[in-house]
Write a protein that binds this ligand. Structure first.
Ligand code: NAP
Length: 306
């Protein structure tokens, strides 16, 4: 780790320029940092290259050129490939460098990455995020970090380029465990929001008026504010993909099984999302759950005029 993080002496590497990573990386480029980028599909990085990022062809080349390497890929298998694969980060990570995984990932894999980094004389931080595509675009993400406190303190100024609510959670894996708490909470709010819309529609309510009313009371929540406007416009694009939510709930359920915990709400919501995926919505936003509830209810929510 260098003594001081500054845009003049710190080279940033970025792997994963999808819905979230694109914006997070863009904010860092716009702050004036030198950024080296890789993504599986180069097309999704073109706009970042136009803004000054340098393209390389593998995670190993990113690591070779960087003091801090950020990763925001999709699934744990992608994280494993990007870190431990033949052309992965660990094949070239320089002594003293920091690897920061911001993917929603398994806590156990976060610990594996941390241990490998330390064995190489490097550092690792797990730092998943919350706040959705909107939070990424507006640099208002919540960032929950696990690893060494000193690494977190060092990284804080750069986290502040992407987020607002940035908290240290404890040892390696704690960032991912906190993200699981976040997803367990969201499982409850997203199903509540979708069921209230189906109910309100079938009760003949004006849905906008209903929303404007309940958002001011005890039902106020992020899902209500951010998903309902999209649902009312008939926009089911992600946002946050159903496939990723099923992955997150699967990680949380597996961790809960290890701890012998009973989380029936989470199990139910995961099953509903598996059903939604089987209806062809794996790539839709998570708010598309309202369509499955509508279909099974034999209701006409999805056919209403916007
Ligand atoms: P996304 O749009 O699918 O972005 C993931 C990116 O990683 C894609 O561009 C993908 O490449 C790239 N990638 C995957 N495997 C790779 C590999 N082996 N090498 C290089 N690049 C690879 O997903 P996202 O919505 O940005 O989500 C990213 C992560 O953040 C997920 O873990 C998700 O659960 C989490 N998250 C998402 C949200 C949200 O609202 N979207 C919010 C919080 C957390 P391709 O372009 O080839 O697919």
């Amino acid at each position: 780790m260098k003594d001081r993080l500054s845009r003049d002496n710190t080279s940033i590497g970025w792997i994963g320029t999808g819905i979230m990573g694109f914006w997070m990386c863009r904010h860092i480029i716009e702050k004036g940092y030198s950024v080296t980028v890789y993504n599986r599909t180069k097309n999704k990085a073109i706009e970042l290259l136009e803004k000054g990022a340098i393209w390389v062809d593998s995670p190993s080349l990113v690591a070779e050129n960087s003091d801090i390497v950020f990763t925001v890929v999709g699934f744990p298998r992608d994280v494993r490939e990007v870190y431990f694969g033949e052309k992965g980060i660990f094949s070239t990570l320089k002594k003293g460098s920091i690897a920061v995984d911001m993917t929603t990932n398994e806590p156990s894999l976060a610990v594996e990455i941390y241990d490998k980094a330390r064995a190489m004389g490097c550092y690792a931080v797990d730092a998943p995020v919350s706040g959705g595509d909107i939070g990424a675009r507006e640099a208002r993400l919540t960032i929950m970090a696990g690893g060494d406190r000193a690494s977190f303190d060092y990284l804080k100024p750069i986290f502040e380029v992407m987020g607002k609510n940035i908290l240290y959670q404890g040892r390696a894996g704690s960032g991912q465990h906190t993200k699981m708490c976040n997803q367990i909470t969201i499982a409850g709010t997203v199903i509540g929001v979708c069921e209230s819309l189906i109910y309100g529609h079938n009760a003949g309510l004006d849905l906008q008026t209903m929303l404007d009313t309940i958002r001011g009371g005890a039902a106020a929540c992020w899902a209500l504010e951010n998903y309902v406007p999209r649902i009312l416009k008939g926009d089911y694009s992600p946002g946050f993909m159903v496939d990723h939510f099923i992955k997150d709930m699967g990680i949380a359920l597996e961790e809960a099984r290890r701890m012998n915990l009973f989380l029936p709400g989470l199990s139910l919501v995961q099953q509903l999302y598996i059903a939604l995926k089987s209806l062809g919505h794996g790539g839709s936003g998570t708010h598309a759950l309202v369509l499955a509830l509508d279909k099974v209810s034999g209701s006409s929510f999805s056919k209403r005029k916007n």
